[in-house]
Design a protein around this ligand. Structure first.
Ligand code: HEM
Length: 399
């Protein structure tokens, strides 16, 4: 029986959730001690993601049905946290600005960023790959996309990284201290963006902010506040997720030298391989939804206001969809990996995250053909049920 009640059991689950998730798939759906419904199979996860009876926000009057940690809800209003029609209105403006053409156009700048990172490290023969390699990639690229001028980059990076770090759990500071610091940084970030909007309104360029500010007659303008909160979301939603995808992919390759060899011999396999890394060890493991009405499902009644947790890492290893799901196979045909969610909130940055990871791994393998991870047998996964990635990767190679 799955029991995550003790701290030891939870710690074990966070280090390797897959044996317990396999057990949950057999059960199909269980209610956790906190009162959330855990949904483990791929088809069921798909169903909830696409059914409008499951939304993001609590249902007024039923808050007592939520798990204790979600009852103290404070209004959040980035597109990630809201339901249609408001969600549709805001997201549609970003989808356009996030076009496939624009993302493809980012390739050269991602390549030169990864090369310059490796240039400064390679002669050393070692790096802590999470902090020195994976971490700088997504935030620099988002700043590029937005069109943040070079001269503003050092301070802009400090502020955005500070905001991202504020979301983590730093044991040397209290929650109150972290919140106070985040508030100061948020104000600086907002003031900076407001000034940048002013500049891009008068001299637009080929960047995301100019595209968001420029609209056709038919398009509704977003308020300055909506723009700021959703631009901040791009940093938050796109950072830890991509850093961890790069980290999890490096771990998967280090543990499967035969697959690494295949990639070295046939670099064209990289896009398929990244899909497999996403499936095999997803950097986002869970998504919450709140039932907006009573729903009969899998022989149970989910009451209006109850929370369901979609176990993406489990859906990705569902034996009903994937043969030998616990085996890493970079040539596997992947139909519908769940790591980017699905339905109305499907990840806006999926294509960008995939391209960043493809380029990062491609350049790493090309420039460091053989490497080892010193702490491969003692990796630590920080305590987080939603995000998954190793705390550090001590990588070495011969120079
Ligand atoms: C490996 C990397 C990434 C993973 C695994 C990932 C995963 C996800 C998932 C699962 C969702 C759906 C959330 C839900 O349904 O509740 C989501 C939404 C979102 N992601 Fe990503 N993401 C990644 C990278 C990025 C990047 C690079 C960006 C942008 C720069 C981004 C921007 C967003 C945004 C804006 C949303 C909200 C979309 C909406 O609510 O309509 N993500 N992401």
């Amino acid at each position: 029986m799955l029991n995550l009640k003790t701290p030891e059991a939870l710690k074990e689950f966070v280090q390797d959730p897959y044996p317990a998730l396999s057990f949950l798939r057999k059960e199909r759906m269980v209610k956790s001690p906190n009162g959330e419904w855990l949904i483990a199979r791929d088809a069921d996860v798909d169903f909830v993601l696409r059914d409008p009876r499951f939304g993001k926000q609590p249902l007024p009057g039923t808050e007592h049905r939520l798990p204790f940690y979600a009852q103290d809800y404070t209004e959040r209003d980035s597109m990630l946290d809201i339901d249609p029609p408001n969600h549709t209105r805001i997201r549609s403006r970003f989808v356009k600005a996030f076009s496939a053409r624009r993302i493809e156009g980012m390739r050269p700048s991602i390549e030169s960023l990864v090369d310059s990172l490796l240039d400064t490290i390679i002669a050393r023969g070692r790096m802590e790959a999470m902090r020195e390699f994976a971490r700088p990639i997504p935030s620099t690229i988002i700043a590029d996309m937005l069109g943040v001028p070079e001269a503003d980059r050092p301070r802009f990076n400090e502020v955005s990284m500070g905001l991202i770090e504020g979301l983590g759990v730093d044991p040397t500071t209290t929650l109150k201290e972290r919140n106070a610091r985040s508030q100061v940084l948020r104000t600086e970030f907002s003031d900076y963006l407001s000034a940048l909007f002013e500049h891009k309104r008068t001299s637009p360029q080929d960047d995301l902010i100019s595209a968001l500010l420029h609209r056709n007659e038919a398009e509704e303008a977003l308020t300055e506040e909506e723009l700021i909160i959703n631009i901040l979301l791009l940093f938050v939603a796109g950072h830890e997720t991509t850093v961890n995808l790069i980290g999890n992919s490096i771990v998967a390759l280090a543990r499967h030298p035969d697959q690494l060899q295949k990639l070295r011999e046939t670099p064209a396999l990289m896009p398929k391989a990244v899909d497999e890394f996403l499936r095999y060890d997803s950097s986002v493991q869970q998504l919450p939804r709140v039932a907006q009405a009573d729903v009969e499902f899998a022989g149970h009644t989910i009451l209006a206001g109850e929370m369901v947790i979609l176990l993406l890492g489990s859906a990705n290893r569902d034996e009903a969809v994937y043969q030998d799901p616990d085996i890493l196979d970079i040539e596997r045909r992947i139909k519908r990996v769940k790591s980017f969610g699905g339905g109305a909130h499907y990840c806006l940055g999926a294509q960008l995250a995939k391209i960043e990871t493809e380029i990062a791994l491609h350049k790493l393998i090309a420039r460091v053909p053989t490497f080892s991870i010193e702490n491969l047998d003692s990796l630590n996964y920080p305590f987080n049920l939603f995000f998954r990635g190793p705390e550090r990767l001590d990588m070495t190679w011969r120079v």
